[in-house]
Each structure stands twice: as C-alpha cells, then as structure tokens.
Design a protein around this ligand. Sequence first.
Ligand SMILES: NC(=O)c1ccc[n+]([C@@H]2O[C@H](COP(=O)([O-])OP(=O)(O)OC[C@H]3O[C@@H](n4cnc5c(N)ncnc54)[C@H](OP(=O)(O)O)[C@@H]3O)[C@@H](O)[C@H]2O)c1
Length: 383
Amino acid sequence: MDALILDATSKTANVQRIPIPEPGPTELLVHVEAVALNPVDALYTFNPLGQTGRVVGTDFAGTVAALGSDVPSLNPTLKAGQRVAGFLQGACSANDRPGAFANYLIVPHDLVWRVQDSLSLAEAASVSLTALTAAQGLFPRLGLPAPFAYDVKPSTKSTEESLTAFIYGASTSVGLNATQLLQLAAKAHGMTLHLIGAASPSRHAMLSAAPYSFTSLVDYRDEAWPAQVRALTNGAGVDIGYDCISEGPSVAAVASTLSSAGRMAVVRSRAGKAWAAEPGTLPTEPVYGAVWEGLGERVEYQGFIVQPSAPARAFAVEFYKWLSKVGGSELLPNPIRKMPGGLERIVPDGFKLLGPGSMEQRGGESTEEWMRPVSGEKLVYEI
Ligand SMILES: NC(=O)c1ccc[n+]([C@@H]2O[C@H](COP(=O)([O-])OP(=O)(O)OC[C@H]3O[C@@H](n4cnc5c(N)ncnc54)[C@H](OP(=O)(O)O)[C@@H]3O)[C@@H](O)[C@H]2O)c1
C-alpha cells in the first residue's frame, strides 16, 4: 500500500510502498478513504522527534476491511464494509505504532465511531481528533456536565444553571467543536448558556448562526478584546474560558477575562513553550491535556510523556459511542476544504498551509484557490 512516511533527517515525509498491516486480535483493519489534517501532523513532520520510517497522520475515515479474531465476540455489530472514523497518534510517539495517512491502517475496535449515512467519509474524517479534544477539555477537565453518560468522574464538578463561557479561537476546528458541545450540553442539562467568542470579523456571521449560535463575538486582532469580553459580562468575568490557540499572550489574556471563581483550559502545554506565564502568575492555573490520552497508550509528546490512562481511554470510548449516534445529526462536522491530489500533495500543500508550529508561522503565499489560509474549516484529502 501507499503511505506517507516520515523522513526525520530531511524533516519531511514522502509517499512510499509498505506492506498492508495485520490487525491484532482486538483491532480492525481499515481501508482509508479520507484523511483530515491537524496542525500536529505538520508540526512533527517539520520538527521530528526521530523515527524515520513512521507513517505520519492522525484523522481518518474509511471502511472496515478486516476484523481481528476477538472482535466479533467483543463487538458483534461491527462488520466488514462498515464506515468508521477515528484517529491515531501519527505525529510522534514513544511507541512505534504507525499513523493514519496510508491506504490501510489498524486501530483498536472500540476507538472508532460509526459514520452515519448523512455524512460523507470526507466530512467524517474531519471530526475525530478535534471533537474528542474539545470534549476532554470541557467535560472531564473543566467539569461541565456532558451531553452523554460516562463513568469517569470529572476533577471538578459544575452545577451551574446558567453558564457564561468564552471561546478564544472560536473559528478553530477545536473551537467549533467545543462550541457545539457546549450548546448540546446546555440543552441536555437545561443550562442557560451565554457564549462569547473571539474570531476574525469575517467569521462572525457564521459563528452567530446555528449550530454555533454565539451570543456575542469579539475580534481577536483588536487589542481591547479582553476588556470587551469583561464588559459583555457586566464586569463579572466568564465562568469558563477555553483558549483554543494557547500561544504567546493568549493564555494570560483569556485568564484576565475569568470571574473570581472562573476556570480555563488550554490546548497547548506550558512545557511545550507555545505560551509563557510563570506558574502562580495567572489568576488560575489553566488545565491542559493532550488528546492522545484518549488512546490509552504511552505517547512521547512536546518534551514530555503522556502516560497511559484507563479513565481517559474509557471517556474516548464513550464519546465515540455517542458520536456513532449523533455525528452528522446533532454534532455537525466542521466545514471542510477538499484538497486536490492525494497522499503526495499533503506535505507540499496541506502541511505548508498548517506550517511548522505556531499560527504566525503558517504559510500560504500562493495563487491557487485551495491554498488560501485555513479559517473555520478542515483540510481533507481523499485517498
Ligand atoms: N491539546 C491537544 O490535544 C490538541 C488537540 C488538537 C489541537 N490542538 C491544538 O489546538 C490548536 C488549534 O488547532 P485547530 O486544528 O483547531 O486549528 P485550526 O482550525 O487550524 O486553526 C485555524 C484558526 O485559527 C484562528 N487563529 C489563528 N491565529 C489566531 C489568533 N492569534 N487568535 C485567535 N484565533 C486565531 C483562525 O481564525 P480566523 O480565521 O477567525 O482568523 C483560524 O480559523 C493548535 O495549536 C493545535 O495544535 C491541541
């Protein structure tokens, strides 16, 4: 099969022919038909942690090609030919499991979700990683009540009847998913939601409309936005802040919008050095976690190790069970941009658009229509 393989020396990835993998007893072999790009895919291709020969890439959708020997008894409803989506840790890892950008991949049978007929595989490919990231941030980490049941107890518990939440980077893929999840959680628990977002004015009309339905929006390029957010809460501050950028000054600025009991989550770690604020200098310490926790494996990432976590994996399993029912009907995929070409165009086009690290480093000096900057959408390749 063809796969996009990391060349750590040249800091790039190339399409190569490798053997089709064999599923283990509890795994599925998936025929991949669409993949979606995440910033982390480009980050760890351009800044590799070693491991030349590793298949890169995270988000995928496709059809079940074969089931491991134990899968029929573990999951009797899962059949060959069914459409599924999920994600793998293809960027970097302390283990040597391959990523997703290939014709075939293997994945644990319970870490995929069933793609309903209403969704194309290209749309489904865009969902798994950022939706789980948003769900982890809001529910187990910030303690908001989820719109689905799960056994893991959140570290803090929220019992608000009304909630004021602020999403910085509201048009990011993580932000669009977090917004929808907050709306669904509010609906499920009868919570009144006052939702404030920061995004480019060009995205405000989209974000004001369903399914996002922001109450108020500010422009993150206007330096006065933290004061504007506080003013929108009559000076009280927001209960929840979710910084979907977490670079440079954004973390401290989002922290300045919190109420005295407010809490916030970030998407990039202090250890990763995307943002700098000494511990103790913010009104509250932001909660961080990597989406890889959901895989339940040991993963090397941003200079630290994500340890295997059974509760985090159990949460991912429950989330994907829920997504199998509501994906495409209640939780909608982000708008997608279908990119031309297949695996061979991912590095020169897709990774160029995502850049080697920060939002500021993103590329796009090109006249082709598909090379415009990423804004409120997901890059998808059909392969
Ligand atoms: N912790 C985890 O496990 C985890 C998981 C997934 C992603 N992440 C991280 O989360 C971040 C977002 O990922 P993503 O895939 O959602 O990104 P994305 O969709 O590619 O982000 C593009 C968006 O970023 C917005 N943006 C760019 N610079 C901004 C700034 N300075 N302030 C506010 N918004 C800005 C743009 O908004 P406008 O178009 O409105 O200008 C654009 O819509 C990345 O750093 C990613 O690595 C972390």
